[in-house]
Design a protein. Structure first.
Length: 250
């Protein structure tokens, strides 16, 4: 498989996906108790919420996923439209958050080595989500690095993913503090009087079955400057992992 590293600067892209563990979750198997999705799909709001005020930090590595008819991107866009929340510009799972021990130029120089250090040159395929969650996190609580409200598709790690994480952390000089807890965030909101609702998120997922049923390949790993608010974030570099650079599946 050929190496395909491309430089991509994205001006003023808002975004962030944190490792903010949830304490409230709804297993995918329990969606039968949720009201009909049509009530959610048909009700859009026009009022805009205040942009996310949390100040993030450092340099961050994201996993980017293949999509099935833009299902992840559509979920991100639709939920943002319903709630009036600031749009997450790129659907992803965080691999490493908030690196401050290396500068941008050094991190960019290490990016082309990712395919060489990953076992097999690729990231292991991610299984379908195991849960849908909506919760609040508070910086300073165990495992929580930000104070936000968010909704997510919860993924799971395994031995193969942990080996890939070990390789990535070693490449970037990051000390691991525990197992990886991957998830894909679909919405962010400020925690004060947040309007995000778990039943709504699960209702939407029921009418977009690929969100819950499909395993996904990781198509790329991207490096972001995540200092400041979401609107201040920029993509610094991206390494494509798929030979065919798949972005969508029929």
């Amino acid at each position: 498989m050929k190496s395909n590293t491309s430089r991509k600067a994205v001006d003023k892209l808002p975004a962030m996906e944190q490792d903010c563990p949830s304490v409230v979750d709804s297993e995918v198997s329990s969606i039968s108790s949720i009201p009909e999705a049509s009530a959610f799909v048909d009700s859009l709001v026009t009022a805009k919420r205040e942009p996310l005020q949390w100040e993030f930090k450092g340099l961050t590595l994201w996993l980017e996923f293949e999509e099935f008819e833009r299902d992840l991107s559509r979920a991100n866009e639709f939920i943002s439209g319903k709630y009036g929340t600031e749009l997450i510009p790129l659907v992803h799972a965080t691999a490493i958050y908030g690196m401050e021990h290396i500068d941008e130029s050094e991190a960019i120089q290490r990016m082309p080595q990712i395919k060489d250090v990953l076992p097999g040159g690729d990231w292991p395929v991610m299984d379908p989500p195991i849960a849908v969650k909506q919760d609040l996190s508070e910086e300073g609580k165990p495992g929580q690095v930000c104070t936000i409200s968010w909704a997510e598709l919860t993924l799971k790690s395994n031995e193969q993913h942990e080996r890939a994480m070990d390789a990535l952390c070693e490449l970037f000089g990051v000390e691991r503090k525990g197992p990886w807890t991957p998830h894909i965030s679909l919405a962010y909101d400020n925690p004060h009087e947040s309007i995000l609702n778990l039943a709504d998120i699960i209702s939407y997922a029921t009418v977009m079955p690929t969100l819950l049923r499909n395993p996904r390949r990781v198509k790329a790993i991207s490096l972001w400057n995540t200092r400041g608010k979401m609107s201040e974030w920029t993509c610094l570099e991206r390494v494509n992992l798929l030979e065919d650079d798949v972005t969508e599946k029929d």
